[in-house]
Design a protein around this ligand. Structure first.
Ligand code: 15L
Length: 268
């Protein structure tokens, strides 16, 4: 048993859009921050943060970046639909290496999961986090794997993890679908702090959406984490409610355009 403080935080995927948004905010909130990515960090390093380049599919490299860490925010890997050959090392092998290291370190894992775990539910269907997965591609499937890996590591080894099924995390919502799926940057940051600081989490799954009036997502484990979203895409409704695609598959399902990629059924 190590005595790593959960304030010793590793952020993987630090060079991606959400990593770059979170890094300076976490550093300013006084977490001892280590950043990592497979590509260099493109911004000036936040004060007192360090950066280590690492490939998540390399178990030894992952063990190295996890050394001394009490909580890892796992935002690394492929973040869009890709062929399985690309998803396998980055997302599936990567998160497996990370949970193995978290187990050895007695660290907590906070995982950037995705709405694409349930993308094939029709829009308007109200969902709870324990409803069956309906992934809309290999990317969504890899996120479902990460959530289940967390379930197994908690049941078998007591490794705590919090999985946030991110909808559309953008500075502002820009299309009609986002009235239901938008997660503001401020709400993601609030979630990250709550997930690090919660005294106990067990295995928890939380919808990664702001307090949107038109949300499709209901019951989750947010109370256990102490997380309450505060923003609402409805504030942008006038600007975005008419912005839709002309693709029937995209418009029918919650996962949007991810559902219509490589879609070969005759009927939706
Ligand atoms: C995701 O999981 C993607 O990483 C992001 O690029 C968006 O496409 C988002 O889902 C979404 O569904 O809007």
């Amino acid at each position: 048993m190590t005595d790593n403080s959960r304030k010793n935080v590793l952020l993987t995927g630090a060079s991606g859009a959400l990593g770059r948004m979170l890094a300076p905010r976490l550093a300013a909130a006084s977490y001892a921050l280590r950043l990592s990515d497979i590509v260099p960090f493109p911004d000036p390093l936040p004060k007192d943060a360090s950066f280590v380049r690492a490939d998540l599919s390399d178990a030894q490299a992952v063990a190295g970046i996890m050394d001394g860490i009490g909580c890892v925010l796992h935002f690394g890997g492929v973040s869009v639909e890709k062929p399985f050959e690309e998803i396998l090392p980055a997302n599936i092998v990567g998160i497996t290496n990370l949970f193995e290291a978290a187990h050895r370190q007695k660290a907590r894992v906070v995982f950037a999961s995705s709405n694409h775990t349930i993308g094939f539910y029709e829009r308007g269907t109200m969902l709870d986090v324990d409803m069956p997965y309906r992934p809309d591609g290999y990317y969504g499937l890899s996120k479902a794997y990460g959530e289940l890996l967390g379930r197994m590591f908690f049941d078998k080894h007591g490794v705590e993890s919090v999985h946030i099924r991110i909808g559309s995390c953008l500075p502002e919502p820009v299309e009609a679908r986002h009235l239901s799926t938008w997660l503001s940057h401020d709400d993601l940051f609030r979630f990250a702090c709550a997930a690090i600081d919660a005294p106990e989490t067990g295995h928890a799954v939380v919808w990664g959406a702001s307090a949107n009036t038109r949300s499709w997502w209901e019951t989750d484990d947010r109370e256990r984490i102490g997380y309450t979203p505060q923003d609402n895409a409805e504030d942008f409704a006038e600007k975005i409610a008419s912005i839709r695609t002309d693709d029937a598959i995209t418009e029918r399902y919650q996962g949007g355009v991810f559902c219509s990629q490589v879609f070969s059924r005759d009927t939706p």
